[in-house]
Design a protein around this ligand. Structure first.
Ligand code: CIR
Length: 257
């Protein structure tokens, strides 16, 4: 079965971490409605949505992607770069333990799951304000027994690696070339965002479909022209918290329980 782990929008979302955006008022009720529609999009793609218990006191708890790296064989539990986000970890790890053996990063490593892009047997790790070289080194050691190569890549101008590049096919990437270099991703073939939509590189690819923010129609056309089924979701409120579509879930295949 396909599992989509999510976590409720916190009523304190407006106090979220911000790196590149100025703080704006966030309509939490609207964020909740948008999040519910996002979960419906996951369900319509066949995912069983499993919610981690809510953490109303943790503003960024909805962004579960940052808490783990889920691969076929294991889940690596992250150590988020923002210390305020470390309290999010344990309940997400407890939920993942139902599906995968767990491995853990330890200090001085810091890593947000949004900085990790696994493409086949290569795990790209974005070097950002949240994720350091120690994390890439620990991941390399932890994942070597499973045959993965870990490749640190530079990122500039955005929060996470997956703000700049996401997978949209087996060897196909959606990318903003201002924030990452296509040449860093081996023979994977890039599709560039429309230049008017720099934030449009974050797509959630699920078996031929992409859950994709409604605010980037030009890039959506490029995705559709690739033969992808584009499922637009409104995410204006979570975008004000610097969240995209990958960051609100951990999607993976698991044995039916
Ligand atoms: C943060 O700064 O940590 C949150 N406000 C946003 C995290 C978004 N996560 C992601 O794109 N993977």
């Amino acid at each position: 079965m396909l599992v989509g782990i999510t976590r409720a929008v916190s009523p304190t979302l407006a106090q979220c971490q911000l790196t590149h955006l100025a703080r704006e008022p966030i309509d939490v009720a609207r964020a909740e409605a948008q999040h519910a529609a996002y979960e419906d999009a996951l369900r319509s793609l066949g995912a069983e949505v499993v919610r981690v218990p809510p953490a109303p006191e943790l503003p960024d708890a909805v962004f579960v992607e940052d808490i783990a790296v889920v691969l076929d064989e294991v889940a690596v539990i992250a150590r988020p770069g923002a210390p305020t986000r470390r309290a999010e970890v344990d309940p997400v790890a407890a939920m993942l333990a139902d599906f995968r053996p767990l491995l853990h990063l330890t200090p001085p490593a810091t890593l947000d799951g949004g900085d990790v892009l696994a493409l086949g047997a290569t795990v790209y790790v974005g070097m950002t304000t949240r994720t350091n070289l120690d994390a890439a080194g620990q991941l390399r050691t932890l994942l070597k027994p499973f045959g993965y190569a870990v490749v640190p890549v530079p990122v500039s101008g955005c929060l996470h690696l997956k703000s700049a590049v996401t997978q949209i096919g087996e060897r196909r990437l959606l990318m903003n070339p201002e924030w990452v270099r296509a040449a860093d991703f081996g023979d994977a073939e890039p599709l560039f965002v429309d230049p008017a939509e720099p934030g449009g590189a974050n797509a959630l690819w699920i078996e031929g479909s992409v859950v994709y923010p409604a605010q980037f129609p030009r890039t959506a056309e490029r995705l559709a022209a690739e033969g992808l089924r584009v499922m637009p979701v409104e995410c204006s409120e979570l975008a004000k918290a610097e969240g995209g579509v990958t960051c609100c879930s951990l999607v993976f295949r698991a044995e039916a329980t």
